[in-house]
Every structure is written in structure tokens, then in C-alpha cells.
Design a protein around this ligand. Structure first.
Ligand SMILES: Cc1cc2nc3c(=O)[nH]c(=O)nc-3n(C[C@H](O)[C@H](O)[C@H](O)COP(=O)(O)O)c2cc1C
Length: 177
């Protein structure tokens, strides 16, 4: 199958997964901002990978707008975020990104990493806002913070990278069926 991977990455982790998948499949990985130069009709299978920001898959809606209408291409989305893989987290992301269910798009979640040096000003501010509200929640009532919230706060304590080709196994097994 003729595949292509489109990705939206701010600090490089989604790009790393996109490149790993491209190597596995022998296809190209192209940043979302170059999508206007790509003829998606030329591909049978189109992947979109986006980093997660405030529970949304970054770039997903922009990517969907570019999809050929009434075409038969297979579309698969993966998202790269802070939390470890869990079925619950995957389901929460599907709920928060309505177009996945509306268009019935297969979805995979992968854990990424944190590189504070690569964050631009806007993202740094956004992250401070998210962390502040979780910390407030913790101070007000420590029991209210879920395990997922705690894991999320922990993730941003220091630079880390959980990108691993092994995390792509489920996605690769899905497309090999
Ligand atoms: C401002 C901000 C908000 C984030 N919000 C979430 C989130 O809601 N859920 C999540 O799982 N990860 C969240 N993350 C973590 C990123 O998704 C994670 O660092 C990912 O690896 C970034 O991918 P990238 O390096 O391709 O940009 C957030 C990161 C930043 C900077």
C-alpha cells in the first residue's frame, strides 16, 4: 500500500514517531505545514500524527479539512502525549476529539516526551496555566487529583523522552491485518 505520514510536532517527539513509522513502512513523513504541497489522492493510506495539547490532537482539524472528499483512502490517526499508554486515556482523547468518532477514524495513543528548551513562549505560558490549575486542585483537595493528573504533573518536572519504536507495535499490527 502506498502510504504517507503527515505530522504536527512542536518539540520533536511526534516527528520522531512519524520518522520511525516512515522507516518501518518505507514512506515519507511530511510536516503539516507542508500539506498544501502534497496530493493526498496519490496515497491509499494516510496517517496523521499530532502532539496532544490541552486534550486536543494538535493539527487534526486542519488535516481533516485537507482530506480528499468521498475518496477511499484509509486514514489512521496517532496522538503523542504526556501520559503513559492506557485504554482509558485513549478513550478520553477520542471523546475530546470529536472528529475521530464522527469520521470513524482508527486512533492510537503513544507516550512522547518533554523538552522545555524547545517550548516557544506561547506553549510555555499555556503549560504554566495547566500546571497551575492542577496544583490548585491538589492544594484544595489532594484526593481530587486522579492518578492521571499526578502522572501528568510528574511528566513536566524534567526533560524526558519516552519515544520508542516498541510503542508503535499496536499500530503496526493493526495495519498488518
Ligand atoms: C502546553 C502543553 C499542553 C499539553 N497538554 C497535554 C495534554 O492535555 N495531554 C497530554 O497527554 N499531553 C499534553 N502535553 C504534553 C505533550 O503532548 C508532549 O510533551 C508531547 O510529547 C509533545 O509532542 P511534540 O514533541 O511532538 O510537540 C502538553 C504539552 C504542552 C507543552
Amino acid at each position: 500500500m502506498n502510504s504517507v505520514i503527515i505530522f504536527k510536532s512542536n518539540t520533536g517527539h511526534t516527528e520522531q514517531y512519524a520518522n520511525m513509522l516512515a522507516t518501518e513502512l518505507g514512506c515519507k513523513a511530511i510536516p503539516l505545514n507542508q500539506l498544501s504541497k502534497v496530493d493526498l489522492n496519490a496515497y491509499d493510506r494516510i496517517f496523521f500524527g499530532g502532539c496532544v495539547h490541552a486534550s486536543k490532537v494538535a493539527g487534526l482539524n486542519a488535516f481533516i479539512k485537507h482530506l480528499p472528499k468521498n475518496a477511499n483512502n484509509q486514514v489512521i490517526v496517532f496522538a503523542v502525549g504526556a501520559n503513559q499508554y492506557s485504554e482509558q486515556n485513549t478513550q478520553d482523547l477520542i471523546k475530546n476529539n470529536m472528529s475521530l468518532t464522527e469520521l470513524n477514524i482508527p486512533f492510537f495513543y503513544l507516550q512522547g516526551g518533554f523538552d522545555p528548551e524547545k517550548l516557544n513562549f506561547a506553549l510555555r505560558m499555556m503549560l504554566q496555566g495547566v500546571a497551575k490549575s492542577l496544583r490548585k486542585k491538589l492544594e484544595a483537595n489532594p484526593d481530587e487529583l486522579t492518578e492521571k493528573d499526578r502522572e501528568f504533573l510528574e511528566f513536566f518536572q524534567e526533560k524526558n523522552n519516552h519515544v520508542d519504536v516498541k510503542n508503535l507495535a499496536e499500530l503496526i499490527s493493526y495495519i498488518s491485518k
